[in-house]
Design a protein around this ligand. Structure first.
Ligand SMILES: Cc1cc2nc3c(=O)[nH]c(=O)nc-3n(C[C@H](O)[C@H](O)[C@H](O)COP(=O)(O)OP(=O)(O)OC[C@H]3O[C@@H](n4cnc5c(N)ncnc54)[C@H](O)[C@@H]3O)c2cc1C
Length: 276
């Protein structure tokens, strides 16, 4: 299908994009990599009157360490492509989990177009990167004409394809704590074929566990994390991974199979992260 007709504009700054969003509100949509919004428009699940293309804004494309000493983090511009996250020396040294997860997204074409901000904003519970940012305890920085606010990723998602982001807000940056190359981390993504979306995936870093496709939003495996903190074995903690989750059943997996996968993948990821 082809989308409903729309106007297209490519502002030359974040401020320009914000002004357009403020003027057009819910009649406008942001286009970053276009790998989620364009399929949605082609299916006519969205029919914006105005498409605001931020995909070439250099001011949203960076990876760097910000802050000072113990109070420092990796800051990634929202327009940074998955491929850049995957291949960045800074990400490899400071948050290797994120590089490994970016490497599992779709195929090279998708990774060369899709952006970190777009992946978080789209709020698809099957997406890989939101679960990694959740396991890392990251923060989403949102900007609007009212100013800037930082939202911990734990409070960002409100449901399937929805978040606390207001229609006039842009994600401008994602911040993740530096774990260092020596941290214990692993990503286990279960797919039917290479390049597919996850049926279930589990990201582990330093005893925190983020899960893909185990409910309407990316989730932390809270029962597993609590058990680990109390000294439970990996096997016993992983057996609790599906507690408090609400996966759906679909053509690829039943609810029960997803629950089984969550337990198995969590055990594998914790074992790898522990270097066992
Ligand atoms: C065939 C295929 C396979 C894929 N496989 C995977 C996979 O295995 N794993 C995975 O995680 N993803 C996968 N994806 C999705 C891919 O990662 C997308 O690129 C990503 O979900 C969206 O990023 P984008 O930059 O393309 O966003 P866009 O499509 O441009 O935008 C997505 C949504 O976010 C909004 N938005 C974008 N940027 C911002 C911003 N800075 N601030 C506010 N709102 C914003 C847009 O308005 C839109 O609503 C796949 C996509 C395709 C087409």
């Amino acid at each position: 299908m082809i989308p409903v007709g729309f106007e297209y504009v490519r502002p030359d700054s974040v401020d320009g994009a914000l002004a357009l969003l403020a003027e057009h509100g819910e009649d406008a949509t942001i286009l970053a990599g276009g790998h989620s919004i364009l399929p949605v428009m082609k299916l006519r699940l969205a029919a914006p009157e105005l498409v605001i293309d931020i995909g070439r804004l250099a001011e949203l494309n960076y990876v760097r360490v910000d802050g000072d000493g113990d109070d420092s983090w990796v800051a990634i511009g929202a327009g940074t492509r998955h491929r850049t996250v995957e291949s960045s020396d800074v990400v490899a040294a400071e948050v290797p989990l994120l590089a490994a997860v970016a490497r599992t997204v779709g195929d090279p074409q998708i990774r060369h177009r899709g952006t970190l901000g777009g992946s978080l904003a789209h709020a698809d519970p099957a997406s890989d990167l939101p679960a990694a940012v959740l396991a890392l305890g990251g923060t989403v920085v949102l900007r609007s004409p009212r100013g800037e606010r930082s939202v911990p990723i734990t409070g960002f998602y409100t449901g399937v394809f929805s978040s606390v982001k207001e229609p006039d807000e842009l994600i401008v940056e994602v911040r993740v704590p530096r774990t260092g190359a020596g941290s214990g981390w692993a990503y286990e993504k279960f797919t039917r074929r290479a390049n597919d979306w996850a049926i279930v995936a589990v990201a582990v870093v330093d005893g925190r566990v983020g899960m893909v496709n185990m409910g309407p939003t990316p989730l932390r495996a809270s029962a597993t994390e609590a058990a680990l903190a109390e000294g439970a074995s990996i096997a016993d903690a992983a057996a609790l991974a599906d507690q408090g989750t609400d996966p759906t059943g679909d053509l690829t997996a039943t609810k029960e199979y997803r629950r089984h996968l969550a337990r198995v993948l969590t055990k594998r990821a914790l074992t790898t992260a522990a270097g066992a």
